[in-house]
Structures are given as C-alpha cells and as structure tokens.
Design a protein around this ligand. Structure first.
Ligand code: NAD
Length: 500
C-alpha cells in the first residue's frame, strides 16, 4: 500500500497503513470488545484501504473508567503546570516532525489536497498546541476583599481557583479531523483534564496517530484515549455517559442539539461548535477581481466543507455581474483530482453520502429556477467529486440559500444598501461568521455591530487564529474555542471564603 492514484506515499504513511489499527484506551492499543470494525474509505476512489475498531457503549465505559482513573490518581494529577506545558510542547514538536505523514493520512482519509493538509491542517495544529501549552502555566484565580455584611466583627479573605473540569468527552467532525481534535485535546490537557477523543467515523486515522504521538511524548496511561466508532452508538454513549464531566462537540447543528440534550441529563458541561451559512458581503468600492478571488477562497477552500464557508455571496448590485463572471471563471479553472496528488486544488468530498447530499441541494436549486454560472454537477468516475459551483438567480426562500450545504456551492445575490444587506445577512438561524469586503472604514465599522456572527472578517475570510475566540451566535453553537476562552471551557471556578 505504497502508492495511491500514482503517487508514492511517504514510507512512514505506508507503514502506518500496513499495521492493524486499534483504539487507545488506558495506554493500551485494543480492539473493540465485540471485534467489529469499520472500513476507512478513500473518497477519491470509493475503495476501503484500512479498517478501524467499531467501538460501542461497552468500549465507551471502558475508556471513561480509564480516563477517570487517570484524572483521580496516578501520575497525571501530580503533573505541575510546567510539566503539562512541556508535554504539550513535546507533542507539538513530534507532530511537526511527522508533518508529511499526517498530511498524507488526512488527504487519503478526508480527500483534501495534501498540500493544504500540510500547510493548513498540520501547521495550524502545531501552532495551536504550542499556543495552548503556554496557557498551562497561566491559569489564574483572583483575590477578593470581602464585606461579609452579616458577620461584621470578623475578617474574611476570599480567593478563586480555576480547577480542571475533569474527564472530557470530545466528539469531532470529519472536515478538519486533526485540527478539530487538537482544538479540544490541547486546552483540555493544558488545564489538567483527561480525555476520550472520538473522531468522526469517516476520518479516524490522524486521531489514532495523534494517540501514538501522545504516548511517545510521555503522557501517562489514560490521559488521552482515542475511541473510534459510529456517531449514533459510540458518540451517543459518550455524550450520555454519567462519568464524563464535559462534552466538547463540533459537528452539525442537528447532532449538536442531541448531544446537548444528552449531556444536560447529567448536567455535564457542554460546548457546541456547530454549522453555519456565512455571508460574504462585497460593498461597491471593491475591485471585482479582488472580490472574486476572496469569494472563491471563502467557499472552495476544503471543498466548501468548512463550518465558516462563505456560502452566501452578496455583492452590491453595481458590481454583481462582474464579480460573478470572474468567480465563475476561477471555479471553472480549478484542478479537480485526488487529494494525495500535490497538484490538486479541489479534492473529492469526504464520502458518497456527502457527495449525494450536496448534489441533491444543487438539483433542488436548479429545479426551483436557479442557474449554474459554474459547475452544477458531480465529477466523472467513482470518486466523490463535486465541481465548484456558483448558483445565481436564487431567492431567499430556496433551500440552497437557507440550509448549510457543506460543499463547494455558493449562492450569489445582489444587494442594494447597508440596511438591506444587514437584514439579509442575519436572515438565517446560523451565526458563525461573515466577511465584509470594502476599504470604506466608516461603512465597515457601521456594519460590523449589525452582523450577528461569532467572527467577522474584513477583506479576508477563513483566517483562523489561535489567539482569537472562535464560536457561534444563534444556532451555530455555545461556547468559544481558541484564545483564552478555550481554557474557560476546560476549567471550573471555585470560590474560597476564609474566616480569619
Ligand atoms: P456530524 O454532526 O454528523 O458528526 C460530528 C460528530 O458527531 C462525528 O464524530 C459523529 O460520529 C458524531 N455523531 C453523529 N451522531 C451522533 C449522535 N447521535 N450522538 C453523538 N455523536 C454523534 O457532523 P459532520 O458531518 O461530521 O461535520 C459537519 C458539520 O460540522 C457541519 O455542520 C459543520 O458546519 C460543522 N462544523 C462546525 C465547526 C465549528 O467550529 N463551528 C467546525 C467544523 C465543522
């Protein structure tokens, strides 16, 4: 298994794929208790190229017990903040040293272009772990001067501590398998938590390889457990498990609601990073070529399988035709191919299910009167390809305008003025992100507070930064990952009041 689509794999990638894949529980590599497995499919060919254990609720129990033991006893609780920082830095170094292998695994498993996997997914993951390592030594409480109005003849002293929340269940999606895992693993381990990480069933490989690196870095047994399995079995069992203190979920809004309800039964802390339908807003002072290049990057990056994808393009009426024409030209010129080929710009979608879902949306838009200025169809052959698609002549109540498609499909519409665009940008249940394109600072500043979104980009889109809080308004989620806020998700404040 050294060559895929005519490309020779790095020997380390080939060696990883040749070995039987097991789950990491309590520091041991184990099969699932029933012996069942799930195929891992190359979305560029539709063929299975390895198998992973199909963990179920008994395996989840086993993993929760291991993580609980590691949290409460043994070596991990004795790790000081500086030790936790050093371990994370070691993990980042190991990931960087194995960057090509991780990029190739991600390209084969998810379909994304290998060059992007290396320079985006792996590079951002290394950066993020290093950034979070620094927080391990900067978790602080505060001291308070107390008044104690009912006990006026005594003095009091008050302070707060932030303590690790405990055992974390992390459930992640398939679009950025490594990066989304690292967004949860790094702050949780920085805070002193232990974790059960469940990758998406479509893309389990880099999470398993990350588990190997965690052992190599020196994490004690049970601190990081990696459990593969289906969402409605393993994922649901994890979300509902009473031995978990926090569930950290990234995925669709539909499943996020189920996970949130299951967690609430046990009052388990929960953070949800969910879907989006983010607007790209081009004002009338922007060069159409700049706007078209920006809009293309906003929607076609990662085949459009990005929670913040700029899937609704709004261009001021005076520039609409020029921007759409150039965007369609970019879409038509993109090189489609297997992700493992370094010259590929648009890889396959992650699975047949996702390809069919996206193509159904395109067909529904076309049948309701939309026109494809570019794309509008799948690719040839057995791979899960969808051509980069630009739909025009759409109206606000079409499904393609209202629902998250999660593929390389943008709907483009003209707008009239700031009031019109502020209303239409917010006319969605989602509120994850938006971008505004203009050099007219006064209008940009007037628009920013009117946009209901967790992130607003100006003259860029999909720029992700370790230091900035990331998350959604409305049905795009609850909580903020990245930045200082990430630490708040994995710690509990404790108030201490002392009578002197
Ligand atoms: P998904 O909701 O289908 O699956 C996400 C994870 O949940 C997977 O690990 C899956 O196995 C698990 N799961 C499925 N059913 C479950 C259940 N009943 N109980 C518990 N777990 C279950 O999402 P997806 O298709 O993998 O990812 C795409 C979605 O993720 C999109 O909606 C996208 O916008 C969103 N996303 C959001 C962000 C963000 O930060 N806001 C980032 C990436 C992706």
């Amino acid at each position: 298994m050294n060559r895929f689509h005519g490309i020779e794999l790095n020997p380390a990638t080939a060696a990883f794929l040749a070995a039987p894949r097991k789950m990491l529980i309590g520091g041991e590599w184990v099969d699932d208790l029933s012996g069942a497995t799930l195929p891992v499919i190359d979305p560029a060919s539709g063929e299975a190229f390895c198998h992973v254990p199909a963990g179920e609720s008994a395996d989840v129990d086993h993993a929760v017990q291991a993580a609980r033991r590691a949290f409460e006893s043994g070596e991990w609780p004795r790790h000081r903040p500086v030790d936790r920082e050093r371990l994370l830095l070691r993990l980042a170094d190991l990931l960087e040293a194995n960057a090509q292998e991780f990029a190739e695994l991600e390209a084969l498993d998810n379909g994304k272009p290998v060059t992007m996997a290396r320079h985006v997914d792996v590079a951002l993951s290394v950066d993020f772990i290093r950034y979070m390592a620094g927080w391990a030594t900067k978790i602080e409480g505060a001291t308070m001067e107390l008044s104690a109005p009912l006990v006026r003849d005594r003095e009091f002293f008050g302070f707060t501590r932030r303590e690790p929340v405990g055992v974390v269940g992390a459930i992640i999606p398939w679009n950025f398998p490594l990066l989304m895992a690292v967004w949860k693993v790094a702050p949780a381990l920085a805070a002193g938590c232990t974790m059960i990480l469940k990758p998406a069933e479509d893309t389990p490989l880099t999470a398993l390889r990350l588990g190997e690196l965690a052992i190599e870095a020196g994490y004690p047994a049970g601190v990081l457990n990696v459990l593969t399995g289906l969402g409605h079995t393993a994922g649901a069992a994890l979300a509902a498990h009473p031995g978990i203190n926090k569930v950290a979920f990234t995925g669709s809004t539909e499943v996020g609601k189920l996970v949130g309800k299951a967690a609430m039964e046990n009052m388990t802390r929960v953070s949800l990073e969910l879907g989006g339908k983010s607007p790209v807003i081009v004002l009338d002072d922007v060069d159409p070529a700049v706007a078209a290049a920006g809009a293309a990057q906003a929607i076609f990056f990662n085949q459009g399988q990005v929670c913040t994808a700029g899937s609704r393009l709004y261009v001021h009426r005076s520039r609409f035709d020029a921007v759409v024409e150039q965007l369609a030209g970019i879409a038509d010129g993109m090189k489609i191919g297997p992700g493992i080929d370094p010259s590929t710009q648009i890889g396959p979608l992650v699975s047949k299910v996702q390809q069919n879902r996206v193509l159904d949306y395109v067909r529904s838009g076309l049948s309701e009167g939309a026109r494809a200025a570019a794309g509008g169809a799948g690719g040839d052959g057995p791979g899960c390809f969808v051509k980069p698609t630009v739909l025009v002549d759409v109206h606000e109540d079409m499904r393609v305008v209202r629902e998250e498609i999660f593929g390389p499909v943008v709907v483009a519409q003209p707008f009239e003025d700031l009031d019109d665009i502020a209303r239409r940008a917010n006319d969605t249940p989602y509120g994850l992100a938006a971008s505004i394109w203009s050099n007219d600072l006064a209008r940009v500043h007037r628009l920013i507070p009117r946009i209901q979104a967790g992130t607003v980009w100006v003259n860029c889109h999909n720029i992700i930064e370790s230091v900035m809080p990331f998350g959604g308004f409305k049905q795009s989620g609850i909580g903020r990952e990245a930045g200082r806020s990430a630490l708040e998700l994995y710690t509990e404040p404790k108030s201490v009041i002392m009578m002197l």
